[in-house]
Write a protein that binds this ligand. Structure first.
Ligand SMILES: Nc1nc2c(c(=O)[nH]1)N[C@H]1C(S)=C(S)[C@@H](COP(=O)(O)O)O[C@H]1N2
Ligand SMILES: [Mo]
Length: 314
């Protein structure tokens, strides 16, 4: 259970009415297990979710913004590219291979994972290192649940993640200009990975993840910059060495391994003191808000970094 203060307010008070109307529509469809008619992907389906205490008393970013303003370089580097170019990506069937320093390595089918753990709704802030942010209602289960199932060995100190490589379905992985080395890789310290806030998301806004948001399964670590939230995960490896991180490999002086949201540590090329909150006051509206240490989750996670120099280990 979370240690942070969560306002005990019914979600109807914090969720725009439009979304609630949509929820009723989804609930109606859930009864028949039908896919959504107007879904952006052929694989989109309503999720049966359970409430969680992880809520925020902040305006949600409209679903339209969450699903059209994206970073997912496998589909192109412009914000609109992932939504425009991911139509042929096939997130089903899908497996995630979990191994390394564990007693019970296993390759999980995505549907089995979704049946094994209750799918929670969690509303988190998402802060990109580029100084924009959103408030997103994710659906998923704690990464800790999956890690416990494979029984990490005492020697395991980190968790490494890998995204899928499918040039035939991902236009950013073909052609002359390759913006990143593939696969996209990320890592967490084991205690960060086991933290109750750390989520494996399989949906947002009550539906399976749109391709552009990292279908069918992606990481969400709300106190870290968005690039730690690796998308379309195919492999999770427990290890005793600090894993590589794509943006850290590319520009180590700009993107640290930890990348905890920190308004006091500027990016070498811009300030991190404030952020543009996307979609506030309508689809194209933005407002500038102060960036919070650990993205507002300091009460929960600051103790993970006790005694660490947060400017040196950024
Ligand atoms: N595989 C992969 N994962 C990725 C990225 C990417 O380019 N490839 N971009 C990251 C960045 S920089 C951010 S801000 C978030 C964006 O998530 P969203 O598009 O769902 O908001 O995904 C992260 N995960
Ligand atoms: Mo990002």
């Amino acid at each position: 259970m979370p240690s942070f203060k969560v306002p005990k307010i019914p979600s109807s008070e914090i969720t725009p009415q439009r979304i609630y109307a949509r929820r009723r529509e989804i609930l109606g469809l859930m009864a028949g297990g039908a896919a959504l008619a107007a879904a952006p992907s052929a694989f989109a389906a309503a999720l049966k979710t359970v409430p969680s205490p992880y809520r925020l008393d902040e305006e949600l970013t409209p679903r339209e913004s969450v699903t059209t303003y994206n970073n997912f370089y496998e589909f192109g580097t412009d914000k609109g590219d992932p939504a425009a170019n991911s139509g042929t990506f096939k997130p089903m069937p899908w497996t995630v291979e979990v191994g390394g320093m564990v007693a019970k390595p296993k390759t999980f089918g995505l549907e089995d994972l979704m049946k094994a753990y209750p799918i929670e709704e969690r509303i988190y802030r998402m802060r990109c290192v580029e100084a924009w942010s959103m408030v997103i209602p994710w659906n998923g289960f704690p990464l800790a649940s999956l890690l416990k199932a494979v029984e990490p060995l005492g020697s395991a100190k980190y968790v490494a993640f890998e995204s899928v490589v499918r040039p035939e379905e991902m236009p950013g992985q073909t052609g002359g200009f390759q913006p990143l080395p593939w696969p996209y890789v990320e890592g967490l310290r084991l205690d960060e990975a086991m933290h109750p806030l750390t989520l494996l998301a399989v949906g947002l806004y009550g539906e399976t993840l749109p391709n552009q948001n990292g279908a069918p399964i992606r990481l969400v670590v709300p106190w870290k910059y968005g690039f730690k939230g690796i998308k379309s995960i195919v492999k999770i490896t427990l290890t005793d060495k600090q894993p590589p991180s794509t943006w850290n490999i590319l520009a180590p002086q700009e993107y640290g391994f930890y990348s905890n949201v920190n308004p006091a540590v500027d990016h070498p090329r811009w300030s991190q003191a404030t952020e543009r909150r996307i979609g506030t006051g309508g689809f194209f509206g933005t407002s500038r808000v102060d960036t919070l240490p650990f993205n507002g989750y300091a009460d929960d996670v600051a103790s993970l970094y006790a005694g660490m120099d947060l400017k040196a280990n950024f």
